[in-house]
Write a protein of this length. Structure first.
Ligand SMILES: [Zn+2]
Length: 226
């Protein structure tokens, strides 16, 4: 076989392998073809975590908790309660630095440090290596995505979230309800009391189910393996 021919055959052999090995690293929603959605809770464990765990348990569903290293450090029992309830543990970095606004030196180094410090505390307290990270404020620029990928993570944002906005609980509930769709990833927070979300979470879950959706963890929604 001539050298050129060999190269062409090699290219054909390698190309499909290359295709299959390329997995996405950044997601803000799941498949549009499947009636599944995920609920995600950020910044905890915190004041709303316990009540949220009760509501999830009553409804027999699993959610994904993007935990902050500092919070896990301050409230290891709260973090353990989330894990013991069978929910997915994900990394939300150590101290919640907003990398959109970051002006300091060595941004990439700082991003990786935040990711790995969060991971270390989660590992130490829960003995879990998270595979999902959500950077604070949904930072998902190529630098962060690359760092996440190099450390065995997928970066997860959300298709809808509004619990930090200034509106009544009724308006907020209506907005969440309207955002139910195939592959939706809902963002809520459990650091503060979050009375608004707690006032409608149970009903919201019923509404999602009534519309025929299954509520699953983010890694299940996206078919990512732990
Ligand atoms: Zn956050």
């Amino acid at each position: 076989m001539g050298k050129m021919k060999k190269i062409i055959v090699l290219m054909f052999l390698l190309f499909p392998v290359e295709c299959f090995s390329q997995t996405k690293t950044f997601y803000a929603e799941g498949s549009k073809d499947i009636k599944k959605v995920s609920l995600t809770f950020d910044d905890g464990p915190g004041k709303a975590t316990k009540k949220i765990l009760e509501i999830l348990k009553e409804n027999n569903i699993k959610a994904t908790f993007f935990m902050l290293g500092v919070r896990v450090q301050n409230d290891p029992e709260g973090a353990k309660a989330v894990l013991a309830s069978g929910h997915e543990i994900a990394n939300h970095t150590y101290t919640h630095i907003n990398f959109y606004a970051y002006k300091g030196e060595g941004k990439a180094i700082q991003i990786e440090k935040e990711l790995l410090r969060g991971e270390k505390i989660i590992k130490d307290v829960l003995d879990v290596k998270p595979i999902l990270v959500r950077f604070p404020h949904g930072y998902a620029k190529p630098d962060a995505v690359k760092i996440a990928k190099n450390n065995g993570y997928s970066v997860i944002n959300w298709s809808f979230g509004a619990d930090w906005e200034n509106m009544s609980a009724e308006e907020m509930h209506a907005k969440y309800r309207k955002a139910i769709k195939n592959g939706a990833i809902f963002l809520m927070h459990d650091l503060l009391k979050n009375d608004k979300v707690l006032s409608f979470l149970d009903v919201f879950i019923s509404e999602i189910k009534k519309e025929g959706y299954e509520i699953v963890t983010v890694s299940e929604l996206l078919n990512l393996k732990h």
